[in-house]
Design a protein around this ligand. Sequence first.
Ligand code: NAD
Length: 594
Amino acid sequence: MYKVSFEDEDVVIRFKEGMIERDTLSRLLDRVNLESVLNRCKPAVAKRNAGKRSGFPYGSALLQDPVFNKGTAFTEEERDALCLRGLLPPRVHTQAEQVARVLENMRRKTSDLEKYIFLVSLQDRNKTLFYRVLIDNIEELAPIVYTPTVGQACLEYGHIFRRPRGIYLSANDRGRVADVLRNWPHKGIHIIVVTDGERILGLGDLGANGMGISVGKLALYTACAGIHPSISLPVTIDVGTENEELLNDPLYIGLRQRRLRGKPYDDLIEEFIVAAQEIFPRVLIQFEDFANSNAFRLLKEYRDVVCAFNDDIQGTAAVTLAGLLSALRITGGKLRDQRVLFLGAGEAGIGAGDLLTSALVSEGLSTEEARERCWFFDSKGLVVKSRTGLTGHKLRYSHDFECVADLLPAVEKLKPTAVIGVSGRPKLFTRPVLEAMARLNERPIVFSLSNPTSKTECTAEDAYTWTRGRAIFASGSPFDPVTVDGKTFFPAQGNNVYIFPGVGLGAIACWSRHVTDEMFYVAAKTLAGQVSWADLDQGRVFPRLTKIREVSVRIAVAVAEVAFERGLATRERPEDLERYIKSLMYDPQYDNYV
Ligand code: NAD
């Protein structure tokens, strides 16, 4: 029997002889906090305030715990100490052997959705192994864990649902949001990804099914920037849905009601923001896949009040700007000489226009001159002064030009050097549009950024074939290499996965008060700087995803530098910022528990 002092009270730990050695106990006491030791010894943990008892598992409960489970990798010593003997097959496997088994099983699945379900189940069983597999195979698995497969998963979320993850807040939780957030078992949350599910990728209103996006983004935070999974929290605010199919689906997981709008909606969001700050001080909030009408408003309202950003607006903008900067390394052109036509004037398009404008202003142009380089074409045609009913954010890009309702004549008249698809509508970059771009430019820049693959404005094959291999192409969702006239092109994925993990890591590393546009600008420049000439030669305007953790560190350092320079950081600057940031990054290796 051992007696341990805990919070001014004596706690008596008893355990069965042989189950845990005295040395083991003292080593555990050195390594982990007392509470988890107490729980680790739970077979005989005795006197504790009942309410304070929390459960570090042992025996079969440990095998069910995704955070601590190591499956067949539990060592002989751990099997003895933690009552696992007999509950596992005798052979102890290494993590590498487990990874091989996971990959073998996953690759046997016949559809990407099946692979997604398999990986999510692994995440439910053994988080360390899940992240090891994801990090070491990021190019293969990012399209499964995130776009495009996550889109399919969100469409069918209620049907493939196994275990809940994250926090679901609903319209019925008004007045008790803080209590709901307190139900989350971890207190040290530093990043929240929150959605209300109204504009999931290019798939529209998927209501509570949007949780798949918050979960997927946070998996990428961990894989791509080493954010420890225990400090992140996916949140879905279910305010209803306008999606008839979901409302009529008996297996839909959300509220069966129309969307809350107006003041009650705003009040709920505000209650969430306030409660999140109170319960998780300094938490970074990433707004994700809110519809256009709320996204801009919420960003404007909260960006200077708390530490928050909108990935669809700001993250996409940075990845687009980075792609343009890389493309100009191929063409030798200057940013100020470009005329960029955005197809789609929503969150992604306007966000990118705004960041491009900032970049041009920092190169010496006036705001007016900078905006003249950005053109928009939306569902009603070219955004021009004579159009009525333009909303605020489009107004600033409405130019003196004739009304043009179709894309092809717009391209022919405007002669853009780059077309950027962010409309969420497939196949709008038609053969005549791409051929026109190739006629007008030696190296036309064509970014087809809409997700998922089913919504892309053109495929990689379309872009390369119809420009005779001259397009500098990037897409939101991945495409296989394409060979045209004997040359093989490796299309780059212009996805904000290159940006948000590094920005988030940088912001939380220095405890930044806010996330600013300048941070996204430096992130874009840093990302573009990470593209090698070998990448560019193969047609890639972004680095390989296999380099993503390196890229994220550089972005995080650049972002944190901005925070320190601008007085936004609320902690002291470490002497070696890069080393410090690297030290924060989670590497999913198994801990030794004994
Ligand atoms: P949004 O709803 O805010 O904006 C869509 C815009 O497209 C609107 O301006 C709309 O008028 C316009 N549009 C609709 N139909 C059109 C048509 N037929 N012709 C021209 N314009 C049309 O959406 P958003 O947040 O800007 O996202 C748009 C797309 O961009 C989505 O598919 C999304 O997945 C994708 N996206 C990709 C990334 C990435 O990393 N690659 C990041 C964010 C968004």
